[in-house]
Every structure is written in structure tokens, then in C-alpha cells.
Design a protein around this ligand. Structure first.
Ligand code: PLP
Length: 349
């Protein structure tokens, strides 16, 4: 691995970060706070939140079994993704490599930050070879993005190949585990101490049922976490979000229950979809959605919209011609999409 100094943008490496009032004094002993120009009225929202979300990270560290200092929290995973570009990639010079198809935000953040994006197509099983990603990289490649289970394909990426990338790429490897809770294969969290170039992304938006609170997690070495923390907005995770996330962690059994139910629902939906003539293929899914190839994605998508049922048309994406991505909903919602598809007139194909 190149040193972290070599991987970090020079201006960021030299940055003297903003020091907020809550950074300079963060003890619990004081009872009179006259340091942040807050309004003394309207408790509890009158006070700035903890800029480093210590209580939340402590609670999270127990559920995830990682040290609090290896956790970064952001305004969704999207903030963590954007920060990787802003911290490590020099606009107009550096580039990043990613599997294709995958989550669209990697490319959007690359474009916004003026960083060359190098997509490497998956094979027909939506798998990849480490050698192909490594061959696409050069001395200006700072990041490689892997997403497992992958969106929109739904499958876990081959673990051996992921490890090969971690072992052989001298930049940072980002493994997006947004759908990890729905998968039976182990998280890369256990590998953090083994790979200093590993950054793992997880989110409260999927299994936790908290897309609205905007909370994303990045797990990495202390040195990487420190860089992300210097560049983020000082109060990037608001107080209401921190509170709600703490509540969710105290009721983690709910998450486990939802995941179990959704996995069962996925099996049922897959089985019933497979009997419909308009369904040409259902791809293996380790996530909370199914990618299905249909006879005509455009027509079927519009037909479902007319019935008030919205799925995602992924037909324009590499390798996903005529594919719809169907999120697993409640049983009654899954039944609605099924009965609508069952009633789809055959001559419309
Ligand atoms: C949904 C999703 C996320 C979540 O992003 P948030 O900003 O945390 O809501 C991250 N990565 C992938 C691959 C996703 O599909």
C-alpha cells in the first residue's frame, strides 16, 4: 500500500480543520454553556449536537463489534462516498476504478469532483476477476469501489477476488455493504485490522428501516477515519438523527426480525414470479430486492406505474437490458405486484 500521505490530497493532508465550540470543550462536568452562541431556550434542540457522535458510536461499536475510533458517521453513506473523493482524489489527475454495473452514486460523486471514473464490466454471472480491476488501475488510481451484495444485481461478489484486490491494490478499497444484513456471507468488518487500505460502508437506510434519518457508517483504520473527520462538516449528523439511531440500536431485535421476514418474503416472491411467462430470469439475490429480466421492461414498468406500483427500471444499465429491480415489500405489497404481473396481457409483449 502507498502511504496514507501519498494517497491523500496534499491540501487535505496539510489541512488545519475548523475547530467548533463543541470540539474545544466536550466534557460533561460543565453546567453553563456560553461558548457556542446558542439560544438558552428551546431545549433540547437549542444545543449543537456532538460533532463526533461519541455516544452513538459507542452503542454502534457493541452491535458491530468494532472500536468506536474505527467508525465514521455521515449524512447517509452518500456523504462518506463523497468524502472519499474529496479527501483522496485530486481533480483532473486521479482516477477511481469500479465494477459495472453498480450503485450510481460512485460515478456521480466522481463526476462532481472531476475525477476520472473507470468502470470494469462484471461477467455474465455478475462476478469479477481481481486481475481485471487491477489492470484498469494505474499510479493515479486512488480508490477501487466494490459493492457486495451489489446493487442492482443483488449478488454477493466473489470473496476470494475481493481479498485479492485488497492484497494487491496499493490504494484504498471501498466495500459497500449497504445490503449486508440480508446476506448470509460474513461482513468484511472482521478483516479491518488485516487490511489497512480497507474502507467498509454500511447504512441505516435499508435493514434498519431509517432511510429518512440519513445516517451512513464508514469503518476503517483510525488514520483514515481521522482524515474523513477533518473534512466533514463539523455537525454533519444532527441531534434528531443521533437520538433515533440510538433508539434503533437499543431495539436491534426489530432489525433482525424485519430482516428475517423480508428474506422469507423474498423466497416466496421469487418462487411465484418464476411461474409467470413474462419473467425470463430471476437473478440470485443476497439483498432485499430481486433483479428480474422480463420480456419488455419499458412496457411492464409503465403498466405497473398505471396500477400505482413503482419498481425500478434498470433496462438502460450495462448488462441489465430488460431488467426490473423489485424491492421486497410487505407481504400485501408483494402480492399486489404479483397479481398485477399475473394480469399483464400476453399480447402486450
Ligand atoms: C441504498 C444504498 C446506499 C445507502 O445510501 P444512504 O446514503 O446511506 O442512504 C449505499 N450504497 C448502496 C449500494 C445502496 O444501494
Amino acid at each position: 500500500m502507498r502511504t496514507l500521505e501519498e494517497l491523500t490530497r496534499p491540501n487535505i493532508w496539510k489541512l488545519k480543520p475548523y475547530s467548533s465550540a463543541r470540539n474545544e470543550y466536550s466534557g460533561h462536568q460543565a453546567s453553563v454553556f456560553l461558548d457556542a452562541n446558542e439560544n438558552p431556550y428551546n431545549s433540547p434542540t437549542n444545543r449543537y449536537p456532538d460533532p463526533l457522535q461519541k455516544e452513538l458510536k459507542l452503542s454502534l461499536s457493541k452491535v458491530k463489534e468494532v472500536n468506536p475510533e474505527n467508525i465514521f458517521l455521515g449524512n447517509g453513506s452518500d456523504e462518506a462516498i463523497d468524502l472519499q473523493f474529496r479527501c483522496f482524489c485530486e481533480p483532473g489527475i486521479d482516477n477511481v476504478v469500479a465494477i459495472e454495473p453498480t450503485y450510481g452514486m460512485y460515478r456521480v460523486c466522481a463526476d462532481i469532483n472531476n475525477i476520472e471514473y473507470r468502470p470494469v464490466p462484471l461477467d455474465e454471472h455478475f462476478e469479477f476477476k481481481a486481475d481485471h480491476l487491477l489492470a484498469a488501475s494505474d499510479k493515479h488510481t486512488k480508490l477501487i469501489f466494490l459493492c457486495s451484495p451489489n446493487n442492482p444485481t443483488g449478488n454477493n461478489l466473489p470473496r476470494e477476488e475481493m481479498i485479492k484486490v485488497l492484497e494487491n491494490f496499493d490504494g484504498l478499497v471501498i466495500i459497500d455493504e449497504a445490503y449486508k444484513d440480508f446476506s448470509d456471507s460474513p461482513s468484511f468488518l472482521k478483516e479491518l485490522s488485516r487490511f489497512p487500505n480497507l474502507i467498509i460502508l454500511q447504512t441505516f437506510s435499508k435493514a434498519f428501516g431509517c432511510a429518512a434519518i440519513r445516517l451512513g457508517m464508514a469503518f476503517a483504520s483510525l488514520d483514515i477515519i481521522n482524515i474523513l473527520n477533518e473534512v466533514k462538516y463539523p455537525y454533519n449528523v444532527n441531534q434528531l438523527t443521533q437520538q433515533k439511531a440510538l433508539e434503533m440500536l437499543q431495539r436491534y431485535y426489530l432489525v433482525e426480525r424485519w430482516v428475517k421476514t423480508l428474506k422469507e418474503e423474498k423466497i416466496i416472491l421469487k418462487e411465484k414470479l418464476s411461474q409467470l411467462p413474462i419473467i425470463k430470469e430471476i437473478y440470485p439475490s443476497d439483498a432485499n430486492f430481486l433483479l428480474v429480466r422480463v420480456t419488455n421492461a419499458e412496457k411492464i414498468y409503465n403498466y405497473l406505474v398505471d396500477k400505482g406500483i413503482i419498481v425500478r427500471n434498470r433496462s438502460s444499465i450495462t448488462l441489465c437490458l430488460n431488467c426490473l429491480r423489485i424491492t421486497i415489500g410487505k407481504s400485501i405489497e408483494n402480492e399486489k405486484v404479483l397479481s398485477a404481473l399475473k394480469a399483464y396481457p400476453a399480447e402486450k409483449n
